[in-house]
Design a binder for this molecule. Sequence first.
Ligand SMILES: [Zn+2]
Length: 631
Amino acid sequence: MRESTREGAPMDLSRRSFLASSVGLLCPRWGLSLGEARPTGGLPRPIPQGAVRLLPGPVLDAAEVNRRFLLGLEPDQLLHTFRIQAGLPSSATPLGGWEAPENELRGHFTGHYLSACALRFAGFGDQELKARGDAIVGTLARCQAPSGYLSAFPEEFFGRLRAGEKVWAPFYTLHKIMAGLLDMHLLAANGEALRVAAGMARWIGTFMDSLNPQERVAILEREFGGMNEALDNLGARTGDRADAELARAFDHERVFGPLARGEDALSGVHANTTIPKIIGAARRYELTGDERFRRIAEYFWSEVTGKRCYATGGTSEGESWSEKPGILPLSGYTEESCCTYNMLKLTRQIYSATGNPRCMDYYEGALFNGILGTQHPADGSKLYYLPLASGFWKLFGTPLADFWCCTGTLVESFAKLGDSAYFSDDEGILVNLFVPSELRLPERGLRLVQETAFPERGTSRLSLFVETPRKFSLKLRVPGWARAEPRVSVNGEPAAPCRPGTQSVLTRVWRTGDTVDIAFPMGLSTEELPGDPERLAFRYGPLVLAARLGSGGLRGILRARPTKPRTVPEYAGDPVAGPPLPGIGPDALRGTYPDFHIDRPALTLSPIHTVFDERYAVYHLTNPGAARGPA
Ligand SMILES: [Zn+2]
C-alpha cells in the first residue's frame, strides 16, 4: 500500500490460450483448468461462520492472541479522527502510523476493526468485541448524520482525486469502512450498520454522478480496494438496483479486459491494488452468473497461483508482480500480507465456483505459511512483508504506532481462521482443512468434532453426532502433497482407496458415535524458486521450512520504527545469507516436526510459521557452481 503505487501496467501481452497457461507449465502447483470435470453433488457452498468453532490447539491460540490485540485498542481512539472530521468532540489520544490524524489513509483500520469484531462474534460468540463493534457503528452513524458523508478525512480528498491531484487512496479507505459495516450487519445482526453503509453508497453515488466520463475512468487508476465487491454485497442485501449499478462504476476494464481474454498483463502491476478488483469480479459472477466475470476470476487465480506465487503461496515483491510470469525475485520485501489475505478470499470463491480440490491445497499452504506466522505471539503485532530472501527476519509492527494496510487485513484473517475448514454440497459435508474444530449444523441435526494434531502429525479423527440416523456423504480432502495414498477408515473398517489431490467420499447412513480416521503421509519435498532451478525451498507436507540463522545483530531492529505518514516498513539492518547447500535435496534432511536438520553444513529448519525473532533462509542455493550470488 505504499504511496508510489504503480498502477500503470507495462505489459507482456503475448497471447496464449487459456489452457496452455492455466495448467501451469512452469510451476504446476495449483493451477486449474476450466476443462476439468465438475464435482458430483453440485458445487461447494461455504458454511456460515457461526457453524464452526475452533477447539484447543495452535490455531485457536493464534486467534486468542489476535483477540487480545483487538481488545488493546480503545474504540474512542479508533473513532477519534472520525469525530474530529464530523465536528464532534473527542479527547482520545490519537493513534499513530497510518491512523495518525495527519495521515491520508486514516480511518481504514477502523473498518478492518469492525470486520474483525463481526468475525469474532460470528465464529467465537465473542460478545465483548461485538459490543465494541456495535458502539463504533453507533458513533459512525452520528458522524454521518449531519452531512451524509462518512470518513475520517475531509471530502476535499475526493476533490483532489477528481482533479488528478496528489492524494493517497480515498476510495480504498471508504471500502474498508463499508466492508466493516456490512460485516457488522451480516455477521453480527447490526441493523444500523446496514443503514450507515447504504448512506455511504448514496454519497458515493452523488460523487460519481458529478464526474464526467473521463474522470470516471481516471479515478479507477487510484487504488480503490474492493469497492465493486462491497457495493455488490450491499445491493445483494438491500435489493436496491442503484447499489448494483454503482458497483459497476468500479469495474476496472483496463484490468478486466486482458484477463477476460486469457492474457497475463500483470507484469509490474501493484498486486494488492488488483486482487480485490478480481474478488469483485468473482462476486459479480456469483450474483449474476455472467460467465465473463467467471473467466476473469478463474484465469487470474490460475495465473497468479501457478506462476506468480512463492512456495509459501504468497505473491508480490516490492508490492508488485515481477516483470515476467514464472520468474520471481527474492528480497526482504516479498509477499505483502494483504495479498495473502486477499488471495485466500478469492480462493474461497474459485473453490465455490469450481469444486476443484486443488484450490484447498493452495488455501491450506497460504494459510499456514503466509498467515499463521504473520502475528507476533507475544503481543499480536502484525507483519507487512514475509521476507523470502536469505538472512532477513520478520519485521513486526508495534501495537499503536503503525496500522499498516496489513495490520488491518491480518486482524481479520486471525478472526476467521476456521472459515474454510468445512463446506457443504447437495450430498453432504466437505472436510477441507485439518484443524481441531467443531461443526454444528442444527438444521441438519448434525454435529461433527474434528480432533487432530496436524501439522505435527498427519492424522485426523472425525466423530459424528446425528439426531436420527441419516444418509449423506462425508467428503474428505486428500491433500495433493500427501506422499502416498492416505489410509481412511470408518469405525475402524478401511474405506476405498483414493489418490492424493482428490477426495475420499464416504456415503452411508451415519449414526451418533461413528468415527472416521484419516492418515496421510507427510513427507519432505523440495520446490524450485520459479525461474531459478538452483534455488530450492524445503517443505514438510504443506509447510515451508526455514533454516534458522540465529538472532545475531538483530537487537533493537526486530520491530519496525514508528511509521510516518505514507511510508512502509524498512529494514534497519542487513541480511546475512545462509550457507550454500551443494547437492542437497530432501534426503539430506532428518528429524521430525517442528525441527529438521542438515548435518553439513549444520542447519536446523523449522516451519516458517513457527520462526520468530531470528534470521532465516527459505530458498537455498543448491548448485553454487552455477551461482549468481547469494539470494
Ligand atoms: Zn498490506
